[in-house]
Design a protein around this ligand. Structure first.
Ligand code: SAH
Length: 213
């Protein structure tokens, strides 16, 4: 009951902050965020905050997840690439709104935990890989949508190449030391259009697969 009340409050706040796509709000309502958190944080699942997960990483704030998903303008036919599976929460939200999602994580532990959650929720349109997301997923390209949930200093060129024409990518980019902007890139026939959406704070995009598990 308490959770229901908090969830409704969160959904109203998201709408007030510009998340307009009803399907995105429905996905937030459907996917149990508590399942993606360490047990000690389960009571805070519907607070609008980022929280720590394993391997020194974070699960993104619900507003950021909803906002990025909204601005991706997804439809059910889309094939999506996600870099930075983390807890798998953003993946689960995206899986509700597209045909298939390919998600890459550099920590084995996080990928395995996320995989268990996808199984529990019977999300069957998710394909996972442990690897360096900056390289993309060449043999599944092109992608209609690409979402990166860790901050880079510049857009990894393979991701630009693997974006379909007419496709959209959303990625946090460091514009100055300590300053990040959420950037939306649209691939057109002529090249790539860029727009800045929002100041944000993400963990860094790190090259290579993690040596630690
Ligand atoms: N969307 C996730 C966010 C996790 S934080 C969630 O809400 O839970 C970002 C994740 O990106 C971390 O798990 C981190 O390990 C991962 N990451 C960072 N650099 C990466 C890279 N080069 N390739 C794949 N994953 C990467």
């Amino acid at each position: 009951m308490i959770d229901d009340h908090r969830k409704i409050k969160l959904l109203m706040a998201l709408r007030n902050q510009g998340v307009r796509d009803q399907r995105v709000l429905e996905a937030i309502e459907t996917v149990p965020r508590e399942l993606f958190l360490e047990e000690i944080f389960a009571g805070r699942a519907y607070d609008d905050n980022a929280l720590p997960i394993s391997c020194g990483q974070t699960i993104s704030q619900p507003f950021i997840v909803a906002f990025m998903t909204d601005r991706l303008k997804l439809d059910k036919r889309h094939k999506v690439l996600e870099i930075g599976t983390g807890s798998g929460y953003q993946t689960a939200i995206l899986s509700q709104l597209c045909r298939r999602i390919y998600t890459i994580e550099r920590y084995r532990t996080l990928a395995a935990q996320a995989g268990e959650r996808f199984k529990t929720l019977q999300l069957t349109n998710i394909t996972q890989m442990v690897g360096d997301g900056a390289k993309g997923w060449p043999n599944q390209a092109p992608f209609d949508r690409i979402i990166v949930t860790a901050a880079a200093t510049e857009i990894p060129p393979p991701l630009l190449e693997q974006l379909a024409e007419g496709g959209i990518m959303i990625i946090p980019l460091e514009s100055a030391p300590g300053k990040q902007d959420l950037v939306r890139v649209t691939r057109t026939g002529a090249g790539y259009d860029r727009e800045s959406l929002l100041p944000v704070r993400f963990v860094p995009l790190v090259e290579g697969v993690a040596k630690e598990i």
